[in-house]
Design a protein around this ligand. Structure first.
Ligand code: 6CS
Length: 353
């Protein structure tokens, strides 16, 4: 019911804005401005799954700044952070049916719709060098294949970007796979994420992002996994005793547009949107590194959570235990998933030469 009401409201708002634009010959993107007439302004909704000031929010703000500049104000972006349009899954649904135009998805929310995207939930896959990981998620041929899969689910990908290494927090130390035995770890809802933690003997428990803090506080779960900036802004450090600098996977965000909305844009507007997305993607690499670094310092200063940097040897034990999940990914999602994984592995190897 909530979703239907929200969809109706958003479609109504868009129609209202377009109707308010007025003049004949209008296109949905407002790309048909006559020099002497007052400029039409179209409003696009951009939803993301994090709080204000987060990596996704900074990406969205940068995109907004750029596209509004490039279009001389003919396009206005309204940003809705997490929770305002429902949870991550609601947001993907709104994007798919065109009730909203733009959004950032994470592998958890989109994992059942575009199963191949679960590739980024495999552990120890992307290089430990963030610049190389950023380069790969932008330029590997595997990404072209993944982008086609998104299109089949009505989403046009405009940009991929790493948000940071994901770290484990817990009410106990985790330094070897056996420490995970029976450990209730909150994860995003994705079969590959679940399988990855089952491979260590843990009990993965999907819970919506906004409920993680209270679930940790009430001891309904033992730990969770997220990039450092999120551990800080969601205040998980207040209710956890340990943070393991595990670096097993990078959180990869995907900036997408609804495909019909995208198709309705003029070529000029498409080029402006892609240019603004490219600027945001380039900007976010440095921004997320800074945010993760400064927030690590802030956690160190403001909490007594113990921070454990896993040794290379300790990481190697997790890496070994995680290998069978690659077969799970290919067996579960089929031939194309296998091709995407092979291509990415090939490109990972090449970039590390
Ligand atoms: O763990 C999650 O569910 C969330 N984590 C981040 C860093 N962004 C959004 C997502 O929903």
């Amino acid at each position: 019911m909530f979703k239907k009401l929200l969809t109706a409201l958003l479609v109504f708002s868009l129609v209202f804005v377009l109707a308010g634009c007025g003049s004949s010959g209008d296109t949905a993107d407002g790309g048909n401005e006559a020099a002497a007439e007052p400029q039409e302004v179209v409003e696009w909704t951009f939803a993301h799954e994090e709080v204000q000031g987060s990596v996704q929010d900074r990406y969205a703000q940068k995109f907004k700044e750029e596209i509004e500049k490039l279009t001389d104000g003919a396009v206005k972006i309204n940003i809705y952070p997490v929770g305002q349009l429902g949870d991550g899954a609601n947001q993907v649904e709104l994007l798919q049916n065109g009730a909203i135009q733009l959004g950032i998805n994470n592998p958890g929310s989109v994992g059942t719709l575009v199963p191949e995207t679960n590739i980024f939930s495999l552990h120890f896959l992307l290089p430990s060098d963030m610049d190389k990981a950023h380069e790969l998620v932008n330029n590997s041929k595997a990404m072209d294949m993944l982008n086609e899969k998104y299109l089949k689910s009505n989403m046009k990908v405009l940009g991929w970007f790493p948000e940071g290494y994901q770290m484990w927090t817990g009410n106990k130390k985790i330094t070897k796979p056996e420490d995970f035995k029976g450990f209730k770890i909150r994860t995003m809802a994705s079969p590959v994420i679940s399988e990855s933690y089952k491979a260590y003997g843990a009990d993965p428990t999907p819970i919506p992002y906004m409920e993680v803090y209270s679930s940790l506080q009430l001891n309904m779960i033992d730990g969770q996994v997220n990039p450092i900036f999120a551990i800080e802004e969601m205040k998980f450090y207040e209710v956890q005793d340990y943070m393991m600098l595990s670096n097993q996977a990078i959180f990869v965000g995907t900036f997408v547009a609804n495909d019909m909305f995208w198709d309705s844009l003029s070529d000029e507007r498409k080029a402006q949107v892609q240019a603004a997305a490219d600027t945001a993607t380039e900007y976010i690499l440095g921004a997320q590194k800074d945010l993760n670094n400064t927030r690590l310092e802030s956690i160190k200063e403001n909490s007594d959570m113990e921070i454990i940097d896993l040794t290379a040897e300790q990481r190697a034990a997790f890496e070994e235990a995680s290998q069978p999940v690659r077969e799970f990914y290919v067996e579960k999602y089929g031939e194309d998933a296998g091709k995407i994984l092979d291509q990415l592995l090939k490109d990972v190897e090449a970039i590390q030469q």
